[in-house]
Structures are given as C-alpha cells and as structure tokens.
Write a protein that binds this ligand. Structure first.
Ligand SMILES: Cc1cc2nc3c(=O)[nH]c(=O)nc-3n(C[C@H](O)[C@H](O)[C@H](O)COP(=O)(O)OP(=O)(O)OC[C@H]3O[C@@H](n4cnc5c(N)ncnc54)[C@H](O)[C@@H]3O)c2cc1C
Length: 541
C-alpha cells in the first residue's frame, strides 16, 4: 500500500515532474479538491488524514521515497483525504496527465502505482471513517440505493442506522434533520442532502467534472456495464478519444452479482463489484473519460457527428457511438427485493445458481418458456419447485411440451393467480410470503431461493425514433437489420453494416441491449472489445 520508491525509480520520474518546496502545516489537498498532482517526497514528510465527525484520523505519513495519491488521483475526481505537510522539505509534483503517461508506458511503475492506489482506496473504505455519512435505515429502499451507489463507486462512507445506532440522535439534532427524513447524507460534514438523487450525491462528492461539450470525441460509449467498460478499455488503449456515460454506477447488472463463477480466468469466482472496479480503473488508466450519474436521454442520429442529449442543455458529440445500455430484469415490486439479488433472488437457473439450492425447496416466478424450462431443470436438482404465475394458467404463454412436462413432474406445484408479497432474511433470503386469488390469504414459507423468469426490458427508450429495434425493444444490428429497409434508406453506400453496427453507420450496439446477444458477462465483454475494431473501420470510412 505504501511502497518506497528506489533512487532509480525516482530518477525515471524526474522527467515527468517539477520540483517544489513544501512548508510545515501547508495543506496540499483537502477533501473534494480536484486535479491534484501526485507528490513524490524527496525530503521532509506529508501526513494523510481522514477528516470526519470524530476529528482527524491518521492514515499514513509519507517520508522520502513515499508518494501521495490513491484511485481518485487518476480519475480527476475529488480527494477523499486531507494531505498536510508535517516537516518542510521538497517534493516532485507529477500532474495527472504525466502520471497517465507513466502508467501507460512504464510497466514497473505502472504496477507499483496502480496496486498502491487500489489498496489505499480499499483501506479507506474499510476504515469506516471520513466525512461522508449516510444516516439511514435497513428498512428503507432509498438507503439501499445510496449504499449501492457508494459501494459500487468504491467511495468511502460511514453508515449509521437511525433505528439501532444510539449516536445518531445527536447528529440528527446537530444538522436539524428528523428521523423520518432518512436517508440523509452528510456530505463533507457540512452539506445535508435529504434522499439525494445519484446526480446530486455525485456533484456533492466532487465525483463528476463538467463534461467538455465543445469537443467532438471519436467515440461515446453509453452504459458502463461489462460491455461498455470493455469497449472503453479497448477504445482508450488503442488511442481513441473515448467518453463513457453511466446513469448509475459502473458494473451494470454484473455489479449486482455476488459471485461470477463462469468468467474466464477467475477459477474461484469474482464479485461483479470487484470486476467492475478493476475494469473502470483499467479504462481510466488508458485515458477513457468515465462520467457516472449522467443519463443519455436522447440519441440524435440525423447529423454526424452524432449527438447524445444529457438534459439541462448539455449535448455531447462523437463520430461514433456504442450503445451498451444493457437490460433491466423485471424486479419484484417489493421494497427490499434488490437486497437479495444473488443472495436468494436469481435471474438465471444454471448450474451456478443450482449449486446454492440443491435438494432445497425453490420458487420460480413466470409463465413463459424460460420459466417453464427453469422449473423443469430445477425439479431435477431441487426437492420441490413452486411455479408462481399471476395468470389463470399457462396455456397462453408457455409451449405445450413444457406444460406437459411440468404436469408430469411430481415435485413441481403450479400455483396460478399467485404473487409474492413479502421477502424476509438477514443477509440471505430466508422466508417468502405469497397470496393466491381469489381468497388472497397470505402464506409464509421457509424458502430461500426465488428464480425470477419474468423477462428483461432493454434500456432503449432513449433511442426512440432513431435506432431500429426488434418487437421486444432490443437493438437490431448487422444481419438482423431489414435488408430492404437498409437499401431504401441508402445510408451505408456500397458497404453493408458491420456485425455490431445498427441502421446508422458508426452507431454500434453491444451486450445485453443487442438483439440476439448471449446474456452473459463474457459475451458482453467480448462484444464490447470486438466492436472497437469496427469503430476504427467506421472512423476510417
Ligand atoms: C443478479 C445477476 C447476476 C448475474 N450473474 C451472472 C453470472 O454469474 N455470469 C454471467 O455470465 N452473467 C451473469 N449475469 C448477466 C450479466 O450480468 C449480463 O449479461 C451483463 O451484465 C450484460 O452486460 P452489459 O454491459 O451488456 O449490460 P448491463 O450490465 O445491463 O449494463 C448496462 C449499463 O448501462 C447503464 N445505462 C442504462 N441506460 C442508460 C442511459 N440511458 N444512460 C447511461 N447509462 C445507461 C446501466 O445503468 C448499466 O450500468 C447476471 C445478471 C444479474 C442481474
């Protein structure tokens, strides 16, 4: 976390930085400060502290050979710590631009800096100190959303539960907020945000620089799930000027997976969160500009460069656009449902999920073929399957062969006109309540596994009137496009759309949002990476 640079390493850094003297007590960075250089201590020392309601908490003292910085140094976002000169001396100051050049060209220093930055951020998160405090309740969906925002952005914060933490009342009084206002974020110990939106929170934390909307980029990637992050890594590493827009937090659906076990190269599995954090810093290392809490509201494709409208008068432009906005699985309309994602609620019934519920009772929700297939598959592995359907039967929505198989399997119970009303559990789902019409008397069962097979909705509303979609709203690309229509529109000249290209030249779609894609992390990453070659081709044309 805090390596000491050798004389040879410092010598290599000299060309990238400038020398400056530092005076005792001088503040080199305060929480929220942006565009801070990385400082290599040549003489004297720098103390790093976390500031918060409990005062200053020491993190480390950098002595000669040590260096400042953590993940935010490479991300152009606000500092999360206070850096102050302890003993006067001299430092080598390296700007973010030069630091990026170093991590892209000097393999040894790149590994040393990147490892230190990541470990330092992990340490700050684990310390449960700092000046960003979330006052919330474990029963509030708003609290969960904000916790997810902090966690998925790897942002250090302190969380206090108004129902169980006795120290909260003093804070509520001090900041004139009431328990019923929760969730409340005390940002930098000064600003009180009541149930803030992701955008408000990101602004307060200094996470988002204003976007330079005068510059025309090579490529804008919309969505920072696995496919968008892969596109960003490949675009930036191949020298393209890439802007990534993400409405929530990087990671997409994969970010909500507690363990991805089928992604190549991770034999013991990797959490979606860890995969997303690594991919994000990897893209930023190569110079991709990632902006979270920015939503693409409309794609303008009638003029090139193409325009992406971000609302409030901001429009960004690029010669190519990669649509990587994925899909949202229909969730249960129950406040705490997202808490059990991957911890009892699943969107797929494969060997991975089955390992968690073998020989146990499970619930499958849905009346379509995917629900039928899941029920039949699970019945072969689990003790009992309850198939919950809102409709009066399966005939209108499921293939006959599946209905017959369900009827033939003694350990599947079809429960029509039934819907889930409550979920309970601490870390893992433990109990499920449902009610069946017409009596609608709720029943509670000790079942810890629910498979939601109610379909996914593609995030394509922002493409309306512009991009060709299939009947379910997924983006058509390549051979899936209507050939006669393409001919009539005559936008591509003599060539045909490439495999990830939409009905507009230079606009691509990858990952779950693309019709016919395999809805898996590896497939999304593959498509995101591969499409950059097609972006090069489109830029060349
Ligand atoms: C709980 C869960 C567990 C899973 N487990 C596995 C697994 O173990 N193995 C596996 O292979 N697959 C798994 N999957 C599937 C896998 O996560 C997806 O196939 C993959 O995430 C798709 O990646 P994507 O980038 O195409 O889309 P997404 O992951 O959906 O990412 C799309 C991103 O775009 C953003 N976005 C949407 N609209 C806009 C907009 N207008 N402006 C800006 N940003 C926008 C979203 O916020 C999101 O971050 C799982 C899925 C879920 C839900």
């Amino acid at each position: 976390m805090f390596p000491i640079l050798t004389a040879a390493q410092i010598a290599r850094l000299q060309v990238h930085g400038t020398h400056r003297t530092i005076a005792k007590g001088e503040i080199l960075a305060a929480p929220g400060d942006r565009n801070r250089p990385l400082l290599v201590v040549l003489s004297g020392s720098i103390e790093v502290l976390q500031t918060g309601i409990r005062g200053e908490v020491p993190v480390v003292v950098h002595t000669p050979g040590g260096f400042s910085g953590e993940m935010s140094t490479l991300q152009s976002i606000g500092s999360v710590v206070l850096s102050r000169v302890r003993e006067a001396g001299e430092v080598l100051a390296i700007t973010e631009e030069h630091l990026r050049a170093i991590v892209q060209t000097d393999a040894e220093l790149s590994e040393l800096f990147m490892r230190a930055f990541i470990l330092r951020r992990v340490g700050l998160i684990q310390s449960q100190a700092g000046d960003v405090i979330l006052l919330g309740s474990s029963h509030s969906a708003g609290t969960l959303r904000l916790q997810q925002f902090f966690t998925r952005n790897s942002y250090p914060f302190v969380t206090l539960d108004v129902l169980t933490d006795p120290s909260v009342q003093a804070l509520l009084d001090r900041f004139h907020v009431k328990a019923q206002d929760v969730p409340v974020v005390l940002c930098r110990g000064e600003v009180v945000l009541k149930n803030p939106s992701n955008e408000e929170l990101a602004a307060c934390l200094g996470m988002n620089q204003t976007i330079d909307d005068d510059r025309v980029r090579d490529v804008i990637v919309v969505g920072a799930g696995p496919s968008g992050l892969a596109a960003a890594v490949y675009a930036a590493s191949e020298g393209l000027d890439a802007l990534v827009l993400e409405t929530g937090t990087p990671g997409g659906q994969a970010g909500s997976s507690s363990k991805i076990e089928n992604y190549l190269g991770f034999p013991t599995g990797i959490s979606g969160l860890a995969l997303a954090a690594r991919a994000r810093i990897q893209a930023q290392k190569f110079g991709a500009e990632i902006r979270t809490a920015y939503t693409a509201l409309k794609l303008g494709c009638d003029q090139r460069p193409y325009a992406v409208d971000l609302g409030q008068g901001t429009t960004v432009r690029a010669r190519c656009v990669v649509i990587a906005t994925g899909a949202e699985y229909r969730q249960l309309a129950i406040a705490n449902a997202s808490r059990f994602l991957g911890a009892g609620i699943y969107y797929a019934a494969t060997a991975t999920e089955v390992r968690r519920c073998e020989m146990q009772e499970v619930i499958v929700v849905g009346g379509g073929n995917s629900a039928g297939q899941a029920a039949v598959y699970l019945a072969g592995k689990c003790s009992h399957v309850h198939l919950l359907v809102r409709a009066k039967g399966l005939l209108d929505t499921m293939s006959r062969y599946l209905i017959r198989r369900i009827e033939e399997m003694p350990n599947i119970t079809l429960r029509v006109q039934t819907e889930i009303t409550a979920l309970e559990g601490v870390e893992q789902l433990e109990r499920v309540s449902w009610r069946t019409a017409p009596d609608s008397i709720p029943e509670t069962h000790s079942i810890g596994h629910v498979f939601l097979m109610t379909g996914a909705l593609p995030s394509t509303r922002w493409l309306a009137g512009c991009i060709a979609l299939n009947d379910k709203g997924f983006v058509r690309t390549g051979a899936d496009l209507d050939a006669a229509q393409l001919m009539a529109e005559n936008r591509f000249g003599a060539r045909l759309p490439q495999s990830f290209e939409t009905n507009w030249p230079g606009i691509f779609a990858v990952g779950d949002v693309r019709c016919g894609s395999v809805k898996r992390v590896a497939a999304a990453v593959g498509e995101g990476s591969a499409c950059i070659q097609q972006v090069h081709q489109a830029l060349h044309d």
